[in-house]
Design a protein around this ligand. Structure first.
Ligand code: URP
Ligand code: ZN
Ligand code: ZN
Ligand code: ZN
Length: 469
């Protein structure tokens, strides 16, 4: 469909992180031009090439998913969504911006990894995208390159306290990289699990013949997540750098974040829908079915979920991202039959985040505005994309979702658009569904039909974190 120069969305309830407005939205040249109360003189004066009627619908900012892994190498294979299929699935789910992780390979420059990720994404994406950089080899050269990356819009760097021999950084490397971000304005992102201790427990479990997927959850102990979270916080304090802890799943890790935030430290936390809705019960599914749910940090016993929901309400957790990193059950997850440590880590989810969090509104965990805050506005601020992304205000990109809060759907691999042969939420019933999606004013989903195209999505260089003083 050609992009109309201008669009007006009438009669919807506009929901942002800060407001709920019965307002019409005027879009011109791919940006939000104005909002005005329904039937007001200003709204009546909105003239546009086309009108979208949003009666009984919400009009919300497109989702910002700050944590995806398209075409990501892990355990001898690659995640099964590439940028083409993964960003199309994101669009279906009302996410109009992703921030994916470019990977530095050991012994190589950051630049090489970044160039490779640009090549993977360029011309492929249905929605806009930015990059974080994974540091796998912190050395003098890497540290210098970090400054250059911040200048060109790669303003966040993920390190791993897990996965020795692969992505792992030791405390000295972490401290050095944090000192660098303290100076250059970058944000340190941390995979906080004590990987050295976990590897000992993995070896011992395998020696005992404990090879099933559920043992993945047992060896990656909550205490080893909270210990690493605590250590990361102290290292960041010493370096004077901000810290964003990714995929928080353990109640005890939330406690560490709450303590740090109580001390006014610039420490932030992210969780993911899988930790809010799934548990070790899934990891224990029979016939190797638990492999579908193997990710790190691992799913926890159900009792942890209350602390995650509470953290999202109190603000001790600020962001929900997906950590979308799908591997097909057939041929990929199966690499770990007989040895859970060989199951590629990661789960699909980029398509369902907005819906699962809307369900959380209905279930009383979140308010509507908090839904938009944790899924759109705060990730945009966290990663230097606001107010271009994450809100509906004059001047913002017209990334807009028309959301039907009453539609019923059942999540299933039969109907999802991610390139993966199972759903982590097979059969789950949800109320609420994305109906229409605009990306910079262009319709990419039109009343449940995909009208987007690979190559519409643009690379977005990012500013520095906007949540620091
Ligand atoms: O299991 C996960 N989370 N896979 C993706 C890589 C990571 O650690 O985020
Ligand atoms: Zn109204
Ligand atoms: Zn991680
Ligand atoms: Zn991840």
């Amino acid at each position: 469909m050609p992009t109309p120069e201008s669009t007006v969305i009438r009669n919807g309830l506009v929901v942002t992180a800060s407001d709920e407005l019965h307002a019409d939205v005027l879009i011109e040249g791919g940006r939000i031009a104005a909002l005005a109360a329904h039937h007001s003189a200003a709204a009546e004066s909105f003239g546009a090439d086309r009108t979208i009627d949003a009666t009984d619908r919400y009009v919300i900012p497109g989702g910002v998913d700050g944590h995806t892994h398209m075409d990501f190498p892990f355990g001898g294979t690659f995640s099964s969504d590439d940028f083409e299929s993964g960003t199309r699935a994101a669009a279906w789910g009302g996410t109009t911006t992703i921030v994916d992780f470019a990977v530095q390979t050991k012994g190589h420059a950051l630049r090489e990894g970044l160039d490779l990720w640009h090549a993977k994404a360029d011309g492929q994406c249905a929605v806009d995208y930015g990059f974080h950089m994974i540091l796998s080899d912190v050395n003098e050269k890497t540290l210098k390159e970090m400054d250059l990356l911040v200048e060109e819009g790669i303003t966040s760097f993920k390190m791993f306290m897990a996965y020795p021999g692969v992505f792992y950084s030791d405390d000295g490397q972490i401290l050095r990289a944090m000192q660098r971000t303290a100076a250059n304005g970058g944000l340190t992102m941390m995979h906080a699990e004590n990987g050295i201790a976990i590897d000992v427990l993995v070896e011992q479990a395998l020696q005992r013949g404990e090879t099933d997927p559920r043992h993945h959850g047992e060896v990656r102990k909550a205490l080893l997540e909270s210990e690493a979270t605590h250590r990361a916080i102290q290292l960041a304090r010493v370096a004077g750098s901000p810290l964003y802890v990714v995929h928080v799943s353990a109640e005890q890790a939330v406690e560490q974040l709450a303590i740090a935030r109580g001390m006014d430290l610039p420490v932030f936390g992210e969780t993911c829908p899988q930790y809010l809705y799934l548990s070790t019960d899934n990891l224990a599914e029979p016939d190797f079915g638990g492999a579908k749910y193997v990710c790190s940090t691992p799913l926890r016993p159900r009792e942890h979920q209350a602390a995650l929901w509470r953290g999202l309400r109190t603000g001790d957790l600020q962001v929900v991202s997906t950590d979308h990193c799908p591997f097909c059950f057939s041929g990929q997850k199966e690499l770990g039959r007989g040895d859970f440590s060989k199951i590629p880590n990661g789960m699909p989810g980029v398509e369902h985040r907005m819906d699962l969090l809307h369900q959380a509104v209905l279930d009383g965990h979140l308010t509507r505005r908090r839904w938009i805050e944790i899924a759109c506005a705060t990730p945009a601020r966290m990663f230097g994309l606001y107010p271009k992304k994450g809100t509906l205000a004059p001047g913002a990109d017209a990334d807009v979702v028309i959301y039907d809060p009453h539609a019923e759907q059942t999540l299933s691999a039969e109907t999802h658009h991610m390139n993966v042969d199972y759903s982590a939420y097979e059969g789950k019933r949800i109320t609420g569904r994305v109906e229409t999606v605009l990306s910079r004013g262009e319709t990419v989903i039109d009343r449940r039909t995909y009208t987007g195209r690979a190559g519409h999505g643009q690379y977005v260089p990012r500013g520095i974190c906007q949540l620091l003083n």
